[in-house]
Write a protein that binds this ligand. Sequence first.
Ligand SMILES: [Zn+2]
Length: 517
Amino acid sequence: MVSVTVYDGSSNIGGNKIYVEDKGRGVFLDFGINFTKYNMFFQDFLTERSSRGIHDLIYLGLIPKLNIYRKDLIPSDVDLSSYRRLDIEAVLLSHAHMDHCGNIAILEKNVPIVATKSTIAILKALRDTVASPKIGSEVFYMSARERAEGTGGLILESHAKGAYEAREFYCTTEPPEKLIEFCSSRPGQSSHGKKIMSHELETMDKVSLPFDVEVYDVDHSIYGAVAFILKGDATIAYTGDFRLHGRYADRTNRFIEAAKNVSTLITEGTRVDKDEGSNVSEEQVFNNCYAAIEGTDKLTIADFSSRNVERLEMFLSIAKKLGKTLVVSAKDAYLLYAIDCAEGRCIMDNKEIGIYKELKKRDKDKWETGIIMANWKERYICPKDIMQDPSQYILCFSFFDLKHLLDIKPKGGSYIYSSSEAFSEEQSFDFIRLGHWLDFFKLKTYGFKLEKVDGNLYPIFEKGFHASGHASGEEIVGLIERVDPDIIIPVHTEKPIWFKERFDNVILPEEGASIPL
Ligand SMILES: [Zn+2]
């Protein structure tokens, strides 16, 4: 009999860990970090301790109590043996957002991960460029830990010399040679850098799965996003994250057509309480950002999620039209390089892209010297270049890059906030701090403004500068009516009751409770 168990992420946004089982064999649909739970205890510099493996996460209840985690991350005071062990044939990963893939880092090493070429490339790039690797960043490859001598096995440490171990990723389509090569090595490993021990990237048909799995591209705010249809004794469609108001709506529509009459639909519901009128199209975002940038004779700063390459390409097209240079970080450039390895489409070929040259003592990151500098050295733009002719540039900066403005010293200009709205008090506070920076450099702000409510400042978001990656309530209703499933299981939503109020065949999942189909 087929059953679905939502182990995490049932009534909040993200942290999806959905286990689908048939006769003792199962797969996870995503294995993300539950930031709602995580942020209850941790923030910025108060985080789980890598030296204690999974201790802090499991003790605080931030990951499900299951016996499925990396053995090398278990210190002597953690005992998983009384927890349920699951057979995991694979994780079917919908996309590379951390709330869907982040906890793969702590999952048993030999679990195969099935994902698209772009998702695999993005995860590899993120791991290569992470500044101070912690356990949570070890999705693509990891350092094995050992119990440190003289600590009673409480402290775990990694060997500085040993090679990294790569996870077994399997591609939903034939991986190109360039991606295979990208995934099997680290920049600089031929000199003294640590190597990756990996198996060659292969297609998903090499993985034995308990279901026939069909993969459909969907439109979301990151490239490489997919939905899955599982066919066995029951048919199950899982949306991952999706939208229908973006440029690639036809992809989502093809998935919906294929999902018609499945017995069970597992759907996201991030924006169910938002109506169609709240949707902004990528075209509207383009028009509004274009108008804002065209109207300034000073510096422009564009603030958007670095993983949203579609938005980066939108700003690139504005830069081209206005004869400006789009300045990205070296990390962004590396991500574009990774996308090229996966898709054979080199966005860096566009001469209008410049790379921001940070003021630092020396360049030591191998991914930067070995790949970015080696290929695009002439594209580097230093703070002084921008200072001399600020109107020539659109700078891709976000909150944590603001410190570089102290080297550029802009005198006025525009700041376009083209990213999602703050949804917590904490994030609201970041906007107040951002406001101080914008005031200090006299930057005209688009996309949000700070307003006083009951004596306190709050960010009020201005519509039209960001298109959400998630479907509105009407889009979800449309999905459900077209698919017409026997059972609807909502996940990735703070409003599961919204589904219950509208449809009579909704099962609200309880974390860890199995739903027989
Ligand atoms: Zn997402």
